[in-house]
Write a protein that binds this ligand. Sequence first.
Ligand code: ZN
Length: 217
Amino acid sequence: MNLLIIGAPGAGKGTMSELILNRYELVHVSTGDMLRAAVKNGTPVGLKAQGYMNRGELVPDEVIHDIIVERLSQDDVDAGFLFDGYPRTENQAVDLDEILKELDKKIDMVINLNIAEEELIKRITGRRLCPACGEIYNIYFNPPKEEGKCDKCGADLIQRKDDNLESLEVRLSEYHKNTQPVIEYYEKKDIVRHIDAAQAIEKVFEDISKELEGLCR
Ligand SMILES: [Zn+2]
């Protein structure tokens, strides 16, 4: 089965991808990872991408396109894959469908992690981390015993620079503007499954698994 997972920042996309990959034998297709690998291995596409990155520019769609074609042409993806972080725009979704059609493949299901904005705001702006031992807290859901101090090592907790309301709102509005059309594109194909991502991690994964079991039958 070929899957795609979509979710706003803070919706738990990384955690769910990991759980899905652990249970089902799928290839993880992440454009970020592929870009880094292509650059590292110095492939023709990688060199092209590196040029843009060195100039501090966004890697354009046609370069990402080449990277995806290269990746999806490898044999291991025949067992099925999970796309994570792509497509981000409707144009990319249309392009991905064309690539897949060429390869006689298709997306079977789009998992959309749904979560209310207030919940995302609490998840992100409440996040605190320990610079000494890496422990992560949340002042709303998982606060340290003593305010501002790590339970494990006693160090002063910090908040990541990006984890504030202003930058979250920019990321969220960017996300909705681009991703809403992507979801609508796949809804027309009737392959989107909306999952309530505000639930406990185990319950979110259980709901996803139920949908996937249906697909395996
Ligand atoms: Zn600590």
